[in-house]
Design a binder for this molecule. Structure first.
Ligand code: IMP
Ligand code: MG
Length: 172
């Protein structure tokens, strides 16, 4: 039996609250569309729902990184598997991640966009597994913190599967 940690209704409420916060953050940015970059694969559904709440001009791109392979444990070595197709240089960037766990992936991504010359980087993660943090990272907007459980659904995978579930479940 798997336990529902966040129902689809709760996820919907989180996404709408986050959308309001991000709209405030970018309310002044009108000269140049915000480059919204989702982290594949886990953030694809979160990004899809989130961008539909945005009231500012935006351009959508994706980046693919990997730290897990097939196990539930971070390798702490982040691999770039697919760079964004749009250059972040001089752009307002919003980094959209599904979950922050040890922090290695998020740290890598923030450094990447800095090194690529983004002029302004905002970041958002739907879930934050704070008890497992190994390196400090700053994230501007967080949906909710969760306990040290391995979760799947709403884009997140358990062993490569379950990404299509509308709720977020604990699979450990
Ligand atoms: P970190 O580098 O340890 O912070 O790991 C972050 C990445 O690992 C996220 O982008 C997720 O793709 C993945 N991840 C971490 N925890 C979970 C989980 O509980 N379920 C599914 N994926 C996870
Ligand atoms: Mg991810």
């Amino acid at each position: 039996m798997s336990e529902i940690l966040l129902s689809r209704q709760e996820i919907g409420q989180l996404v709408h609250r986050l959308g309001r916060q991000v709209n405030e953050r970018f309310a002044q940015v009108t000269e140049d569309p915000v480059l919204v970059v989702g982290v594949l694969t886990g953030a694809f559904l979160f990004l899809a729902d989130l961008v539909r709440t945005f009231e500012f001009p935006n351009q959508i791109d994706f980046i693919r990184v990997s730290s897990y392979g097939t196990s539930h444990e971070s390798s702490r070595r982040i691999q770039m598997l697919g760079e964004p197709t749009v250059s972040p240089r001089g752009r307002h960037v919003l980094l959209v991640e599904d979950i922050i766990d040890t922090g290695y992936t998020f740290d890598f991504l923030l450094r990447y966009f800095e090194s690529q010359g983004a002029c302004d980087i905002a970041s958002i993660a739907l879930l934050d597994k704070t008890p497992r943090r190994e390196i400090p990272v700053h994230c501007d907007f967080i949906g909710t913190t969760i306990p040290d459980r391995f979760v799947a659904g709403y884009g997140l995978d358990g062993g490569g599967l379950l990404r299509g579930l509308p709720d977020i479940i604990a699979v450990d």
